[in-house]
Design a protein around this ligand. Structure first.
Ligand code: NI
Length: 257
């Protein structure tokens, strides 16, 4: 079965067919989904989805674009409480985003560290978002020894060397639709260089649909295209990719059964 380790089914793009789509997942071969928080509200929605569907788990965290909503002692306590709820398997997505610069660098760094501390306190792995911020992300992860908690570097967009560095620290690398794009030379090299035992599948849906559906609304149902591309790069069967990434996802999020 396919494990989608990073999805956003709380997104309004699923408002018209969320239930029918999620209800069809198992028969389409998708056996586990982690719905990722990107704000306080979407963290709450993720927990709701996990309550409603046995194969959905939740992530609680605030994306670097949205950390302006957090306040020490105020709603950060609310986030901490959410993170303690049942079926919350990871803190994320958290990190740094210097592409849009919705928040100043210092503010992003502050809340990234706070949320890493929360993960440490709860003994949970992390789901890392890092865009155009390779150096600072690595620095913070090393200084905070986030490798102790482990987790996933989501939508990995950096070099082979950096991917190997994260794997050495104990992280998995999240691979999604981008790997199917014709111009994704660097990411294909990363997939080639990293052992299959350290790769996980993810959609980031509704965004980043793989070829041949690039530009459309993405969903976990399209992950077979990603698995296919990985199988071609690594010269293994698609089944092997699906089975191994399933195990990897369960290991990294510590989901039993
Ligand atoms: Ni995401």
């Amino acid at each position: 079965m396919i494990f989608d380790t990073h999805a956003h089914y709380d997104d309004e793009q699923f408002n018209d067919d969320r239930d029918s789509m999620l209800s069809s997942m198992k028969e389409e071969g998708v056996g586990l989904i982690v719905n990722i928080g990107a704000s306080l509200e979407s963290s709450e929605e993720s927990i709701k989805l996990a309550k409603n569907y046995d194969f959905v788990y939740a992530a609680v965290g605030v994306h670097p674009d949205n950390v302006g909503e957090l306040e020490v002692g105020g709603n950060f306590d609310r986030l901490c409480n959410l993170a303690r709820q049942d079926k919350v398997v990871t803190i994320g997505e958290i990190g740094l985003d210097y592409h849009w610069m919705e928040q100043p660098k210092e503010v992003q760094a502050k809340w990234f560290k706070q949320q890493l501390s929360l993960a440490r306190e709860l003994g949970k792995p992390v789901n890392i978002h890092s865009r155009d911020a390779a150096e600072d992300t690595l620095k913070i992860i090393q200084r905070e020894r986030a490798g102790d908690m482990g987790g996933i570097i989501h939508c990995f967009s950096y070099s082979v060397e950096l991917a190997l560095e994260y794997v050495k620290m104990g992280f998995c690398i999240g691979i999604g639709g981008v790997v199917t794009f014709k111009n994704a030379k660097k990411l294909k090299e990363v997939v080639n260089a990293i052992p299959l035992e350290r790769l996980v599948l993810e959609t980031d849906c509704p965004y980043l649909a793989p070829e041949p559906n690039r530009g459309k609304r993405n969903s976990s149902l399209y992950l077979s295209y990603v698995a296919n591309t990985i199988a071609t790069i690594k010269n293994v069967t698609v089944d092997e990719v699906i089975e191994t990434t399933w195990k990897n996802g369960k290991n990294v999020y510590r989901i039993e059964g």
